[in-house]
Design a binder for this molecule. Structure first.
Ligand SMILES: NC(=O)c1ccc[n+]([C@@H]2O[C@H](COP(=O)([O-])OP(=O)(O)OC[C@H]3O[C@@H](n4cnc5c(N)ncnc54)[C@H](O)[C@@H]3O)[C@@H](O)[C@H]2O)c1
Length: 375
């Protein structure tokens, strides 16, 4: 079977990783790379094999291609992806998929209308640790999931066009979406801007999936130390994913509480503590991005729906948009109408028009500052 002819747009920080993996993937041929910056293009050129470099998207679209991967800033995602889909190309787009839910929905519709694959690079879903976490949860190894607690903090790279939630939370939100397999009902976020008064650089985000599973995310560009940790705590066992521990990224703790007796007994706090073994299952090493590009090629070739398709990308964008709206209203809860409002947008418990500044996710317009509590 012939290889998928791919072009990459965006050769900044992340683009070269895509380039390297497309060059190394047996089912893809990297045929063109594009960056608006000649310096970035020149820096990436050495690793592009025989791919044609260009600083013009028009020129890239003139090259015979089957698909493109887009690794440009989020504010450019919609326009570039829409052009490529309309040109009949399959699209792999970086997270977050678009700058707002309206644009993300439009891309989903365009891809469906043109019968093209639209996949979002939610990289973690393709890594072996997250694969194992999903298996554990689905097999019931953890019992009933009580909570997910995620910390993703370090001295972060300040982004020009997004706040910390749009930069870091797509990873955690996509992992939880994938592992839980259900849609969020509502979201509340509390954030603070220090370096740039218009861009939150730390935030606490709470997502409500159902009455008994608490899900919290802490994202932060101001932490002196790097922490990448998620706890999935269940009634039977708890699992901790520590991404920075490359030899044992997952530990499963047979620790927790056992509830004795009937309801009356529990009211009297007949709780006993279980302190069993800790297990570190073997996790096969491997680069998640390699699996991303292979999965993309497979979906195009076999007409499959990607694990992280446009609809998942849209769900994540809806949560990011709602989290930012909530932060601007000092943690006011944004109701997602059980994940899917009829118009595809989240409804906030507020009467004001709620669109964020188009094309600049995570940056407020003037009226959004100092808004009263939503409830
Ligand atoms: N999946 C991941 O783990 C991961 C990690 C980092 C970044 N990302 C995502 O990748 C995307 C890019 O992030 P980055 O950190 O590489 O950004 P970056 O600013 O380092 O690079 C973006 C590049 O795009 C080029 N560019 C911008 N507009 C263009 C246009 N219209 N045509 C051609 N080139 C254009 C810029 O010149 C720049 O070289 C973002 O969406 C980001 O969230 C994903």
């Amino acid at each position: 079977m012939s290889r998928l002819r791919v072009g990459v747009i965006g050769c900044g920080y992340w683009g070269p990783n895509l380039i390297r993996n497309f060059v190394g993937c047996p089912s893809t041929d990297l045929v063109a790379v594009c960056d608006a910056s000649p310096a970035r293009l020149a820096a990436a050129a050495g690793a592009c094999g025989g791919a044609r470099p260009t600083s013009s998207v028009d020129e890239l679209l003139g090259v015979p291609l089957d698909a493109v991967a887009i690794a440009t800033p989020v504010s450019t995602h919609f326009a570039l992806a829409a052009r490529c889909l309309e040109a009949g190309l399959h699209v792999l787009i970086e997270k977050p998929m678009a700058a707002n839910a309206r644009e993300a929905q439009a891309l989903v519709d365009l891809a469906e209308g043109h019968r093209r694959v639209l996949m979002v690079d939610h990289t973690y879903l393709y890594g072996n640790p997250v694969r194992r976490i999903k298996e554990c949860v689905e097999a019931g190894d953890l019992g009933e999931l009580y909570y997910v607690d995620s910390i993703r903090i370090n001295l972060g790279l300040f982004q020009a066009d997004t706040n910390v939630v749009w930069d870091l939370a797509p990873h955690d939100l996509s992992i939880v979406d994938h592992v839980l397999g259900r849609e969020a009902r509502s979201i509340s976020a509390w954030g603070c801007a220090h370096a740039d008064p218009e861009v939150e650089d730390m935030a606490y985000v709470n997502v409500d999936y159902d009455d008994r599973t608490m899900v919290n995310f802490h994202v932060n560009w101001l932490s002196p130390v790097k922490v990448r940790r998620m706890i999935f705590a269940g009634s039977r066992r708890s699992l901790i994913f520590n991404e920075l521990d490359t030899s044992e990224p997952i530990k499963i703790y047979d620790r927790g509480i056992d509830l004795g007796g009937d309801l009356e007994g529990r009211r009297k706090r007949l709780v006993s503590y279980r302190s069993g073994d800790v297990r570190s299952p073997h996790i096969e090493p491997g680069e998640a991005l390699q699996a991303v590009v292979a999965h993309f090629a497979e979906c195009v070739r076999e007409g499959k729906t990607p694990l992280s398709d446009g609809r998942m990308g849209l769900r994540v964008v809806r949560l990011l948009e709602s989290a930012t709206r909530s932060m601007r209203a000092q943690g006011g809860r944004v109701v997602l109408a059980n994940g899917a409002a009829a118009d595809g947008n989240a409804r906030a418990r507020t009467s004001r028009p709620d669109e964020l500044h188009p094309g600049r996710p995570g940056r407020p317009d003037r009226e959004e500052r100092g808004h009263a509590l939503l409830r």
